[in-house]
Every structure is written in C-alpha cells, then in structure tokens.
Ligand binder design. Structure first.
Ligand code: IPM
Ligand code: MN
Length: 360
C-alpha cells in the first residue's frame, strides 16, 4: 500500500526545500520498491492569500487523513509582509499552532548532531567541537505558555498583558514517557529542564518526571534549571542525550542547540502524537530573505523525511540510506552557502537534492 504523505510546502524557502525532500523520497521509493501518494495541503501565509485564514478545515482534514505530513516552513517577514497586519489568530503562525493542537502533536523531537565534516562550522571552542555531540531535545508542544489563556487589557490608563503557563500532570507524563522511551534506545539518560526554583508548573513537572522515571530504572534522570541548561549547551553539549522540557523553554533551547551544529539548515524535527502519525519539518524558519534564490540548505528537510520513514513507517533501512547519502555528499565536500568552508564545492538547493538522491 502506498504511503499517504500530506505535503505542506508553505511559505518562504518551504517549497524549494520540500521539493528536494520529495525528490529524495521518490528516489528511495524507486530503490526499495514502495509507492508514495502525496496530497498537497495549503497552510500558513499561502492559505491566508487564498482562503483568508492560515489553516482551513479542509487542510486539517487532509492532514488527519494522511499517515504523515512533510512540511517546509510557514511565515514571512514580520516587518514587511501584510500577513502581520492581521490580528494574531489570523497570522501564518496561528496555522502552525492550530495544526499542532488539532492533531494533538504533543511531542516535538529536535535532534542536535555535530557532523564530523562540519566541525569547522561549529561556533563553539575547537576543543568542545572536537569532542562532538549528539543529543535530542524533546519539547512539549501543545501546552504551557503557547496555549494558556492570554489577554491584553487596559485599566485606569494602564495597559496590561497576561500569558498563562499551565500544565496538567497527564500532559507532562505523556511527554516524559516519550522521552524515556527514546532514551532507552540511545544512551539512557534524560535531562529534564525546568525552572523549579521559581515556577509551580516546573515543580509539578519535576514531580511527574520522577514518577515516570520509576518505570524506567535502566534510564538515568537528572534535573537541570533552564538558565543553567542554556549555559551547558554551549559549554559541554556532549553531556546530553535526551533533553526533556516544556514548550517555551524548548523553543528557545532548540534554536541554541541547532546553531551549535553549524547551521539551522541541518536540523530536522518530528512532532508526534500517541499514534504513528507525525508532522515532519526542518527546525529552521521560512527565511524570506533568501526565498526563491535557490540557495537554501535542503538537508534539514531531507533529514526530516528520513525521520518520517523511521518513526511513522518503520522503514529504518530506507532512513539509514538517506542519512548515509547525506554523509557521503558532505564527505565529498559539497556544501550549501550556510555551511560553506574553504576548499569545499558550493552548490545550490536543487543540486544538493540531486547529489543526495543519486547517492542512495
Ligand atoms: C518553532 C517556531 C514556532 C514556535 C513559531 C513559528 C510559532 O519558532 O517551531 O520553533 O515558536 O513553536
Ligand atoms: Mn522556534
């Protein structure tokens, strides 16, 4: 049976990088003898332009009817795009938050891996880069500040805005369970990141992760305060295996974790619920400044497609094949502009996709 993949090309560099990921998926399908049935889904800015809203019922239903969704990126330049003159709930980002909630995608995985070939592009101290690192951030994605009650009011001439950080035990538990399950298949360590010296939501987070840890005696649980974690990621990233954290902390730490790999253009991500469904997208944004120039790095999106084959479709051999092809291309010295270094061959988006597809 054909794999049913929904495709949200989205805005900015989204369509360019998604095209290359589909090219690589198609090459993998031809090689391993499976079929893919793609359904295009319109979401984000392009959906605002066509339908006046960032996420339509039809788009949600198409995503729900797919086994998995491959996404590029959504959003534009907040200073210049007319999308950002709309009220917040009508902007492109609302589409992304809406689909996360509608599909209950509570676990967002963002791996941070320093490739041997890209050590030179790592902005950390040379001895830290030399040690390498390979960790994964599990960011809770459907709770906390992003989805708590919010309002802006004016009282007696004073303007006041409120955002609420709320977590229920079951939301923490299901994210923690995923983190421990993943750690079990890796180096068996979970670092749970919170701000338990200040926040009640973090104190509950700590209690619940400790309850979950009792079911995983083979996995080590440690707690770390988020400000310290931000420091440790640049000081000694090799200490981490699985980092478990709430939505907002995870948003910030995952950009930091992406940057130390040399480029945000290298990082994949998966957003999962408790079925096999997943939404797979690069960690980076829509990069409107370079959109349409054919220079964006498609590797993060291609790696996201590999994650899809692994997590949703249990096709580990095919996923390994794609990851191996990427390593080969990097070893041969091909680079997009964001990861370019001396002595390498600079290529554009399409060429990078071709090279990877050819090496499968
Ligand atoms: C991300 C993005 C989104 C987030 C934005 C676009 C709403 O930054 O996926 O990390 O904050 O979750
Ligand atoms: Mn972010």
């Amino acid at each position: 049976m054909a794999l049913k993949i929904g495709v949200i090309a989205g805005d900015g560099i989204g369509p360019e990088v998604v095209r290359e990921a589909q090219k690589v998926l198609d090459a993998s399908a031809a090689k391993h003898g499976f079929e893919i049935d793609y359904t295009e889904i319109c979401m984000g800015g392009c959906s605002i332009d066509r339908f006046g809203e960032p996420l339509t019922e039809e788009a949600k239903n198409k995503a729900k009817a797919s086994d998995a969704v491959l996404m590029g990126s959504i959003g534009g330049n907040a200073a210049t795009s007319p999308w950002y003159r709309l009220p917040p709930q009508k902007r492109p980002e609302a589409g992304l938050l809406g689909i996360r909630k509608a599909l209950n995608l509570f676990a967002n995985l963002r791996p941070s891996l320093l490739y041997e070939e890209l050590k030179g592009a790592c902005p950390l101290r040379a001895d830290t880069a030399e040690k390498g690192f390979d960790f994964i951030i599990l960011r809770e994605l459907t709770g906390g500040l992003y989805f708590g009650e919010r309002q802006t009011i004016e009282e007696n001439g004073i303007r006041k805005a409120v955002d609420t950080l709320a977590y229920s035990d079951f939301e923490i538990r299901r994210a923690a369970v995923k983190a421990f399950e993943i750690a079990r298949k890796r180096r068996k360590k979970v670092t749970s990141v919170d701000k338990a010296n200040v926040l009640d939501s973090s104190r509950l987070w700590r209690k619940v992760t400790e309850e979950v840890a009792k079911d995983y005696p083979d996995v080590v649980l440690e707690h770390m305060l988020v400000d310290n974690c931000a420091m440790q990621i640049v000081k000694d990233p090799a200490q981490f295996d699985v980092v478990l954290t709430e939505n907002m902390f995870g948003d910030i730490l995952s950009d930091e974790a992406a940057m130390i790999t040399g480029s945000i253009g290298m990082l994949s991500s998966a957003s999962l619920n408790d079925t096999k469904f997943g939404l797979y997208e690069p960690s980076g944004g829509s990069a409107p400044d370079i959109a349409g120039k054919g220079i964006a790095n498609p590797i993060a999106t291609i790696l996201s497609a590999a994650m899809m084959l692994r997590f949703t479709f249990d096709r580990d051999a095919e996923a390994d094949g794609i990851e191996e092809a990427i390593r080969k291309v990097l070893k041969e010295g091909y680079r997009t502009g964001d990861i370019m270094s001396e002595g390498c061959t600079k290529v554009g988006t399409e060429k990078m996709g071709d090279l990877i597809a050819e090496r499968l």
